[in-house]
Ligand binder design. Structure first.
Ligand SMILES: NC(=O)C1=CN([C@@H]2O[C@H](COP(=O)(O)OP(=O)(O)OC[C@H]3O[C@@H](n4cnc5c(N)ncnc54)[C@H](O)[C@@H]3O)[C@@H](O)[C@H]2O)C=CC1
Ligand SMILES: O=C([O-])CC(=O)C(=O)O
Length: 356
């Protein structure tokens, strides 16, 4: 039996049904919710369709009964249940979960950085991880909520404080950066199917902390010098492209649902014993086999690298720093400058959250 949970299940990424009316306010941003009619958005739908999921729990502060009722009519294997905060709904939703996916929190509006989401989302993620630590201490946890560079360190610190931190089971979902890199490289190279390409993207998940390694694309693609900077920029700021185009109605949801599902599905397959599954993820390197050496090189503990997945979760961190180009070294230096501050901010928050 595999139980999966989506926390933030009524949101743009998490939610699944076509909503023609604006949703009630999400925590912390009533104005935004009042102004945002949402489209159909599919992470929970994709998980409902996944034959590897037996039980799907949807938790949110609003709307989950309706979303769950709707989804439960889909004729696939997983049993769906919606939970709200009343009557310890979070605990009931998370209880004994195998995989917990967290896209809870507010998204960006034009002009904001992901770090601008910290004040609201840090507390939301901390609260959800506390529940997970208590009722599902062995769960694989996939953190989508931004700023990922900080929310994953917060999650690690909360789990450590509760003595249940297993670094092989905590993942910051950076898959959308890889998905974008594949798509943009395929466009440039005139490849019909982006999924035939493997494009490592390492570092963090915001602007200059995102480091695409075009020198390691498989099968090899040469990026012309005059196209390199623009391509790097598009991968680093792909999220902003969507935020601008949505013009106040949130950030990436559909491509994120695909990316979140892609990671979750690979992990589920790996847990069940499938071999050779690799996907980059933002992890606590010293706690993942092979990661300590990479952490020494970067001087940072939280970092995204290709991760070999297996029954224990992150089985191996793959060192791709060995033969990076001078241009990639420059990108990596800029990444590390920003990333260290993001990590520090998360760790500090976890230990000293502002008093309410
Ligand atoms: N890692 C990545 O690559 C990406 C991350 N994101 C991030 O994902 C997050 C969610 O984005 P959207 O779904 O577009 O936002 P949204 O506002 O549409 O949905 C968020 C949902 O979280 C819920 N929520 C708020 N507080 C909660 C709590 N304490 N417990 C459970 N649910 C709670 C809200 O009610 C809402 O339904 C944002 O922080 C966004 O920046 C978005 C795209 C890509
Ligand atoms: O840009 C945002 O705020 C959402 C996100 O993380 C992305 O699309 O990569």
């Amino acid at each position: 039996m595999v139980k999966a949970v989506v926390a933030g299940a009524s949101g743009g990424i998490g939610q699944v049904c076509l909503i023609l009316q604006p949703l009630p306010p999400p925590v912390g941003d009533a104005e935004q919710a009042a102004n945002v009619p949402r489209d159909s958005q599919p992470l929970s739908l994709l998980l409902k369709l996944c034959p590897l999921v037996d039980e799907l729990a949807l938790y949110d502060v609003v709307n989950t009964p309706g979303v769950a009722a709707d989804l439960s009519h889909v004729s696939s294997n997983a049993k769906v249940q919606g939970y709200l905060p009343a009557d310890d709904g979070a605990k009931a939703a998370f209880k004994d979960a195998d995989v917990i996916v967290i896209p809870a929190g507010i998204p960006r509006k034009p002009g904001m950085t992901r770090d601008d989401l910290f004040n609201i989302n840090a507390g939301i993620v901390k609260g959800l991880i506390e529940v997970a630590a208590e009722v599902a201490p062995k769960a694989f946890i996939l953190v989508i909520s931004n700023p990922v560079n900080s929310t994953v360190p917060i999650s690690a610190e909360v789990l450590k404080a509760k003595n249940v931190f297993n670094p092989q089971r905590l993942f910051g979902v950076t898959t959308l950066d890889i998905v974008r890199a594949e798509t943009f490289v395929a466009e440039l190279a005139g490849k019909a199917n982006p999924q035939e390409l493997t494009v490592p993207v390492i570092g963090g998940h915001s602007g200059e902390t995102i480091v695409p390694l075009f020198s390691q694309i498989k099968p090899s693609v040469t990026i012309p010098d005059d196209k390199y900077d623009a391509l790097v920029n598009r991968v680093q700021f792909g999220g902003d492209e969507v935020v601008k185009a949505k013009n106040g109605a949130g950030s990436a949801t559909l491509s994120m649902a695909y990316a979140g599902y892609r990671f979750a599905e690979k992990l589920l397959k790996a847990i069940k014993g499938a071999k050779g599954l690799v996907e980059p993820s933002y992890v606590y390197l010293p706690g993942v086999p092979g990661g300590a050496e990479i952490a020494k090189k970067t001087g940072t503990d939280f970092f995204s690298v290709p991760i070999e997945l297996g029954p224990n979760g992150a089985e191996k961190a793959i060192d791709v720093l060995g033969d990076i180009t001078d241009k990639e070294k420059t990108l990596l230096d800029a990444c590390l400058k920003g990333l260290k501050g993001n990590i520090e901010k998360g760790v500090t928050f976890a230990h000293n959250p502002p008093q309410k």
